[in-house]
Design a protein around this ligand. Structure first.
Ligand SMILES: [Fe+2]
Ligand SMILES: [Fe+2]
Length: 295
């Protein structure tokens, strides 16, 4: 038994009582999203669709097939993608409302959320009962309890990321008004099949932090105000994911140090931003994620 009396009490309020996995028996998957969050997303999406639908009224006669065919997604090429590769819609330049730039930003966001949600799916498979990558590579499961703090939150955030992806897909399709406008889903290889629990957590923290910086770096490219609130809402969620996973990483490290008999204060959370997150240029973000895209 190690004397840890001198350590500060470290029980963050966000970690529920079920973190003591030995005393708990998993009953079921945690909810993917709180019910209220789903309602808010649905409301935001309806609001967005109303605005976008009004903007699109002037182009409905052009022919959805023509629009879709001229803007096939180009992601998936075995090269380093740039913001210039992200598809947009050249015909949405309506008088007083130029949505071309905004559609490009939304497609950029969709590209990132598509990757992020598939990464979470594969990470959950690795941490729990296993599964397969999109290319059929087996992911052996580590069979960890769903009630461990990292596993629980990663499973929950996987649902949120899937919701981000579906929100953007739905928004870009304008509920069928311009089918095919959004980029096509891609295939990714992250190497999770060989990762440890700690490596999974570290990778997700990196991706979440990158996602936060990516939204911040993309917001200046909007040319209308229509999507700003939604983008800021997603940005805030990505930042919250980053913080939660960092806190869990700290907690797990602390537990390990105590168990090893070498207790030390928790590592500080990332505070190198001086209180203001740093934007990341879209080209830099795409260069970072391009190696994961395999098809
Ligand atoms: Fe996301
Ligand atoms: Fe996230």
């Amino acid at each position: 038994m190690h004397n840890t009396d001198h350590l500060p009490s470290y029980t963050p309020s966000y970690i529920p009582t079920w973190v003591n996995a030995e005393e708990q028996t998993p009953q079921s998957m945690p909810p993917a999203m709180p019910e209220d969050a789903g309602k808010e997303q649905a409301a935001a999406r309806r609001k967005f669709l109303r605005a976008a639908g009004r903007a699109a009224v002037g182009i409905t006669g052009i022919g959805a097939a023509t629009l879709a065919a001229s803007h096939e997604g180009v992601l998936g090429a075995s090269k380093t993608l740039t913001f210039g590769d992200i598809p947009t819609l050249g015909l949405l330049a309506l008088p007083g409302l130029n949505l071309k730039a905004d559609v490009k930003v939304l497609n950029y966001a969709l590209a990132l959320e598509d990757l992020e949600s598939e990464l979470y799916r594969q990470c959950v498979a690795r941490l729990t009962g296993g599964g397969y990558t999109q290319q059929g590579v087996s992911i052996p499961g580590l069979n960890l309890s769903h009630y461990l703090p990292d596993v629980y939150h990663i499973m929950q955030f996987a649902g949120v990321e899937a919701a981000h992806r579906e929100f953007l897909r739905g928004a870009l399709k304008l509920d069928g008004l311009i089918p095919g406008l959004g980029i096509h889903p891609k295939k990714y290889q992250f190497g999770v099949e060989n990762m440890s629990r700690e490596q999974i957590l570290a990778m997700l923290i990196d991706v979440e932090a990158t996602g936060t910086m990516a939204y911040l770096g993309a917001i200046p490219f909007f040319r209308t105000k229509i999507f700003l609130t939604t983008a800021a809402g997603i940005l805030g969620t990505e930042a919250r994911h980053t913080a939660a996973l960092q806190a869990i990483q700290n907690r797990l490290l602390m537990d390990k140090l105590i168990a090893d008999g070498t207790p030390a204060p928790p590592a500080p959370l990332a505070t190198t931003n001086n209180g203001i997150d740093t934007p990341m240029d879209p080209d830099a973000v795409l260069a970072k994620v391009s190696p994961f895209i395999v098809g």
